[in-house]
Design a protein around this ligand. Structure first.
Ligand SMILES: [Zn+2]
Length: 176
């Protein structure tokens, strides 16, 4: 079983200078609130103060919002982790399929179903969630390392990556 950690909670704790337990309380409340008021995760209609109140953050509400952004709880107009606390899989390892399915759906939604390479809008079936720094090179599974690409833009990259990965394994004798 691969190791998982809740990097997002730890990152928020660090941003705000609070304990991981406190960060967990704030984010749990925020998720609870979003499940009622922002079911699709879209939070742009809410003010920083409303979000801070929902999370019972009594300090500066803009600082709280900026920390949510820095810790990748808020990406663009979306609150990512609306549905629960999803752990991040260790860099260099692929998350299990049921987690990957969830991450992929979020990345496609963030990117408005638009290919990052050619700019084309596509249906969900024609899009892939791509690691910018590949897994074999130690790339992370955080949202900042993921992007949406269409199948035709992804194919040449995958072929090249597979060759590079084989080359890498030959040279360093590492497991995939
Ligand atoms: Zn494309």
């Amino acid at each position: 079983m691969e190791q998982a950690s809740n990097e997002y909670v730890l990152a928020l704790a660090e941003e705000l200078g609070i304990s991981p337990h406190q960060a967990l309380c704030h984010t749990s409340l925020l998720i609870y609130w979003a499940n009622i008021h922002a079911r699709d995760g879209v939070i742009r209609y809410f003010t920083h103060k409303e979000l801070a109140n929902a999370a019972l953050w009594t300090g500066d509400c803009t600082r709280f919002f900026r920390a949510l952004e820095a810790a990748e709880w808020v990406v663009g107009r979306l609150l990512w982790d609306r549905t629960g606390l999803v752990p991040v899989w260790r860099s260099g390892h692929r998350p299990p399929p049921h987690v990957w399915k969830w991450i992929r759906a979020k990345v496609l939604l963030r990117d408005d179903f638009r290919c990052d390479a050619c700019g084309r809008y596509c249906g969900e079936d024609d899009l892939q969630c791509d690691h910018i720094v590949p897994i074999w090179a130690g790339g992370s599974n955080r949202y900042s390392n993921l992007r949406t690409v269409c199948t035709s833009c992804h194919r040449p990259k995958s072929t090249r990556e597979r060759e590079e990965a084989i080359e890498h394994r030959k040279r360093y004798g590492e497991e995939d």
